[in-house]
Design a protein around this ligand. Sequence first.
Ligand code: HXC
Length: 257
Amino acid sequence: MSEQLVEMVDNDGVVRLTINRPKALNALNREVIEALAEILDRLEGREGLRAVLITGAGEKSFVAGADITAMREMNPLEARDFAGQALKTIKRLETLPVPVVALVNGFCLGGGCELALACDWAVASDNAVFGQPEVLLGVIPGFGGSQRLPRRVGPAMALDLCTTGRKIDAQEALRIGLVNQVMSQAELEDYAATLTKQLSGNGPGAVRSAKQVIHDGMDQDLDSALALETSLFALCFASDEQREGMSAFVEKRKPNF
Ligand code: HXC
């Protein structure tokens, strides 16, 4: 296995990223964030990109947070710089034009939970543990969790998690809507394979438009968002994809996108 801090494997345009610092439970330091930013330089604007899956190396941890050892001696300016660098990179991941999915294979704490929250959705192995334990360290979330967590699970649950610092298991994460599905570690691999097949087989432009309309629409009032849906729906009819997809249905064959 290579020693890269973030590994990248491309499978039919579905790119799998693995945060690779297993000895530190894949904790995020500056170097990992920089490695992720370099990969994003390559992914942004890349034709043929269908989806991004992100996971952690090993069977114990997705990401156990920002690197506490590195943060320990930071002054406020350094902390602001570190958080800013990570926030910007995580935002770039979030705004890739294709689905970004977190495969949460273990500890998903602090900055790790914040990374998962920036993904379009997350699925978890049954040994996964979630939490925003920053208050136990005398700080608050700094990679976007204070804003993305309430948007995903509601402000009351976000306040509970961010002020108690309590950890929750995968089943509770499922119940509160933090993850979409829970499965065994082995099933997580099957899930990744199935998702790769689905996302590389669907109309790529339609998949991108579906992400765009949901993301952009969530920031708008309902009427404006519905108008956006109508525009993007109509635009699909200017594409070869729409003709191929509907012709394939009528001709009882598989579409070739
Ligand atoms: C640095 C970490 C780390 C972290 C684990 N390690 N988490 N190093 N930063 N966030 C290291 C440990 O120091 C240890 O290194 C090795 O990984 C294995 O961890 P153990 O603690 O020995 O494992 P275990 O007993 O199984 O406990 C697992 C754990 C625990 C429950 C996940 O490691 C833990 O509580 N980690 C911290 C979780 C956390 O508080 N995350 C939030 C960070 S703040 P050695 O060298 O001893 O083997 C944050 C803020 C984000 O994320 C915003 C910033 C701007």
